[in-house]
Design a protein around this ligand. Structure first.
Ligand code: NAD
Length: 500
């Protein structure tokens, strides 16, 4: 299908994709697919003002009714899954199966949020004073700014937006400047859902701002934006956190990962191989949850490493829109250079590199296809402490499980982790307080590909935010504690006497 048809299928118009100053290229072959108009700082401020007006109306709509809008959004997404999934692939280069998976995740979180809209539970609390009741109520927080990264141009917006909308918050998206088209297409889908919902959905409830960091900074600077959810690099998260701290605004930070797998002697190695390969080369190693460090017991090392090298040699690398491709391109030449530099550093630190060369340059001279790399390391050296956003899998050996867990936890990031083992003592130890220090700790499953039902996020430099399932919804609301005195006297708490 010609690229222009993919844009058209998502109802993107010439006004949105031509004549602007933001050049959008596809990583599939490096060609230009759009020149997108960008928003100015004044446009962003106007969007916040519209969202503010929308908030005054939306917060009064009963939560289950707000859920109906998200239900309609889920219906639209079901209809558009194929078109939007293809656009995700075209714009960020992940294989079509993963592009479709991203849209499925959007549908799943909509379903979750619809149920949630009837379960925004508060508490009743026993009061120490006679004739008094206490309760805790959750109210909408206000406008939610959603800043997202290039590698997941669709799903993280929905993890935030679906929850924020049922919680009563208007949302303003600021997608990556590398992948604005997917968000523009999502905005179209939202506009249709709002139209179907009717007049209860106020103008300005769901908006999109296109631009670089300056546009995102309008969201972080504005005291009217109650919550900023920011997905991206650690450097971005630190800048956003500092800006938000100036006004003590609420943040949800979803930043870089440096995820590990420990494989113990009792592991089912067939399962481990599949999990390793999917989580290390999926999205060409450009997932926040990509497997980057493999910590192998000495007893399985010599079986597993040659096996993995062989599987890597047989991977189908190519056009991510084509059926059968398993590894697509990196987002751009800068990412390919970063991968090459990291491999050089790893070699200088004593590593033995398998794979990792640039490939398909004859067929796609403008693109950045790289063969995924496995790097055998003598120890966990400095390069292994950084997140290189590319398909590099470092492998180290261990003999004692506590040493393996210490290696896993020794990096600054704390997003995802896993162990492959059939020994319950090992797996429970890994999940215990002495085990993984990550927000996600899996057993016999790779570190990537989370379901929406759980809270998603990580510790340390990953930022501490939680999105998606469990009680992540609370971040989009403000908590109110109320004490009601229905007696005819005014006893003070703690028995304090204050006679006037
Ligand atoms: P990036 O940090 O370059 O950009 C992310 C977004 O932040 C973009 O929209 C960008 O315009 C915006 N931005 C940058 N500086 C800003 C500032 N000072 N104020 C406001 N907005 C600002 O990240 P990227 O290269 O697009 O994505 C890759 C990174 O994202 C990796 O580190 C990856 O691990 C991380 N990531 C994390 C998660 C997660 O859930 N933890 C998910 C996806 C990606």
């Amino acid at each position: 299908m010609p690229y222009t048809d993919i844009l058209k299928a998502c109802a993107l118009t010439a006004a949105e994709t031509a004549g602007g100053s933001l050049r959008v290229t596809t990583p599939v072959d490096g060609s230009e697919i759009a020149m997108v108009p960008v928003h100015t700082v004044a446009d962003a401020e106007a969007a916040i003002a519209r969202a503010n007006t929308a908030f005054a109306a939306w917060r009064k709509v009963p939560a289950p009714r707000r859920g109906e809008l998200v239900r309609l959004l889920g219906e639209e997404l079901r209809r558009e899954k194929e078109n939007l999934g293809r656009l995700v692939t075209l714009e960020c280069g992940k294989i079509l199966q993963e592009g479709l998976g991203e849209v499925q995740e959007m549908i799943d979180i909509c379903d979750f949020a619809v149920g949630l809209s009837r379960q925004l539970y508060g508490l009743t609390i026993a009061s120490e004073r006679p004739g008094h009741t206490m309760r805790e109520t959750w109210h909408p927080a206000g406008i939610c700014g959603i800043i997202t990264a290039f590698n997941f141009p669709a799903a993280p917006w929905s993890w935030n937006a679906a929850l924020a909308l049922v919680c009563g918050d208007p949302v303003i998206a600021k997608p990556s400047e590398k992948t604005p088209l997917t968000q523009l297409a999502i905005q179209k889908i939202c506009d249709r859902a709002c139209a179907a919902f009717g007049a209860d959905a106020p103008e300005g409830l769901i908006q999109t701002l296109i631009g670089e960091r300056e546009v995102g900074q309008v969201l972080t600077a504005s005291k009217d934006v109650a919550v900023v959810s920011a997905t991206g690099s650690v450097a971005m998260g630190k800048a956003v956190a500092a800006d938000m701290a100036q006004r003590l605004g609420k943040t949800i930070l979803e930043l870089g990962g440096n995820n590990a797998m420990i494989v113990t002697p009792s592991a089912d190695l067939e399962m481990a191989v599949r999990a390793i390969v999917f989580s290390a080369v999926g999205t060409a190693g450009q997932r926040c949850t990509s497997l980057r460090r493999l910590i192998l017991h000495a007893d399985v090392y010599d079986t597993l490493v040659p096996r993995l090298v062989k599987v890597y040699e047989g991977l189908t690398i190519g056009d991510p829109l084509q059926k059968g491709t398993l590894v697509g391109p990196l987002i751009d030449a800068t990412a390919a250079t970063a991968m090459t530099r990291a491999l050089e550093t790893a070699q200088a630190e004593g590593g033995t590199v398998h794979g990792g060369a640039a490939t398909l340059a004859d067929r796609f001279p403008g693109a950045a296809y790289m063969a995924p790399a496995i790097v055998e390391m003598p120890k966990q050296s400095a390069i292994m402490h950084t997140e290189t956003f590319a398909p590099i899998l470092y492998v180290v050996k261990y003999t004692d499980l506590d040493d393996a867990i210490a290696l896993q936890n020794a990096v600054p990031q704390g997003l995802s982790s896993c162990i492959f083992s059939t020994d319950v003592r090992e797996t429970e130890h890994f999940l215990s307080v002495q085990g993984s220090d990550c927000g996600i700790a899996n057993v016999n499953i790779g570190p990537s590909g989370a379901e929406i039902g759980g809270a998603f996020g990580g510790e340390k430099e990953t930022g501490g935010g939680r999105e998606s399932g469990s009680d992540a919804w609370r971040a989009y609301m403000r908590r109110q504690t109320s004490t009601v005195n229905y007696s005819r006297s005014l006893p003070l708490a703690q028995g304090i006497s204050f006679e006037i």
